[in-house]
Design a protein around this ligand. Structure first.
Ligand code: F6P
Length: 358
């Protein structure tokens, strides 16, 4: 097998603190191995628009502490068309890009598979604040986003305590309740409401009323953005006036939204990004591709992207015909076991909020 000569790095999808640290690690490791490195600007769109920059070790100086992504990011629809894909492949050929490391979430990994299938070996690094890639215990950006969320919840707690108020807070996470659950536990919230688990509105309202009468002054209710009423309204906005009306506790609504995607990455994110970036280059050097780098029980490992995506769809109940059948019987069992494990993790956190918020 001829030695790899040149790789490209891109960041795609929603940005996440720590993406820069991943770019830096990939670039420095590859250059250290004598491989040329280019940055692909603006995610997969950079391959279509031919926006490629040569990297030296200094190209990634001083980015480890910065949020966002120096390579910029977007969600590129054109890349999903066969024409766009062919343009992307032509750009790779023009620049001699033999392999790609793609940093992002599930949409990014679908693009990685498309590239691998067309002859450009690609390895994915999971970067998303949502921590919603089922195959890996951890995605880069999750810790930083949670800490930013937690800091803001702590601020709200101060003012709620002063004014004897409740604050309903909608936090990010798309369809995944992990940011809501972890931050609710850490902020001492009275409830966490997440898309994956049933929620008893009557019980919460009665509890807030009772605790208020007993002298509790501040209440935080953390809701994941993926929770909607049956008629499609954002549940946090609907719940807020109900709490006030039925308990007499003045209640406000806040949405933290994209603020938590910015800011300096935490140590956890910089460290994990560095480990994963090095691993991605090692995999390509070993001639492996169509893999996603995962953290499993503290170890950095690599899993097949198709397996990872089927695991995601199985857990999120979005399987398409043939998805499960594309896996071996052993992989199918592993997907089911993993989904059970993830569900049990969520239930455990949910219980923790309940037990500690009485
Ligand atoms: O996937 C990361 C994420 O920030 C989600 O938490 C959120 O639902 C979504 O991206 C927002 O997407 P956009 O940046 O396109 O508004």
């Amino acid at each position: 097998m001829a030695k790899l000569q040149k790789i490209g790095i891109l960041t795609s999808g929603g940005d996440a603190p720590g993406m820069n640290a991943a770019v830096r690690a990939v670039a420095r490791k590859a250059l250290d191995e004598g491989i040329e490195v280019v940055g692909i600007v603006g995610g997969y769109a950079g391959l279509i628009q031919d926006e490629i920059i040569d990297f030296t070790p200094r190209s990634v100086s001083n980015i480890i502490a910065r949020g966002g992504t120096m390579l910029y990011s977007n969600r590129c629809l054109e890349f999903k068309t066969e024409e766009g894909m062919q343009t992307a492949i032509a750009t790779c050929k023009k620049h001699g890009i033999e392999a790609i490391v793609a940093c992002g979430g599930d949409g990014t990994f679908r693009g990685a598979t498309d590239l691998t299938n067309r002859g450009i070996p690609t390895v994915g690094i999971p970067c998303t604040i949502d921590n919603d890639i089922t195959a890996t215990d951890y995605t880069i950006g999750f810790d930083s986003a949670m800490n930013t969320t937690l800091g803001m919840l702590d601020c709200l707690r101060d003012t709620c305590e002063s004014h004897a108020r409740c604050n309903v807070v909608e936090v990010m996470g798309r369809d995944c309740g992990q940011i809501a659950l972890y931050t609710a536990i850490a902020a001492g919230a009275v409830a966490a409401i997440v898309p994956e688990l049933p929620f008893d509105e009557k019980e919460l309202i009665e509890r807030i009323g009772k605790l208020s009468k007993e002298g509790k002054r501040s209440f935080l209710v953390v809701i994941s953005e993926g929770v909607f009423t049956p008629d499609g309204k954002k549940y946090g906005e609907v719940l807020t006036p109900k709490i006030e009306k039925e308990t007499g506790v003045e209640t406000r609504f806040a949405r933290f939204a994209h603020i938590v995607r910015g800011g300096a990455p935490s140590l956890r994110d910089r460290y994990t990004a560095t480990r994963m970036g090095i691993k991605a280059v090692e995999l390509l050097l070993e001639g492996k591709s169509n893999l996603v780098v995962c953290e499993i029980d503290g170890k950095i490992e690599a899993l097949d992207i198709n397996y990872s995506q089927v695991a995601d769809r199985y857990f999120k109940k979005t399987l398409k015909p043939g998805n499960m059948e594309s896996l071996t019987p052993a992989q199918q069992q592993a997907v089911k076991d993993l989904a059970d494990k993830r569900y049990a993790e969520l239930c455990e956190m949910y219980e923790m909020v309940k037990v500690t918020s009485k």
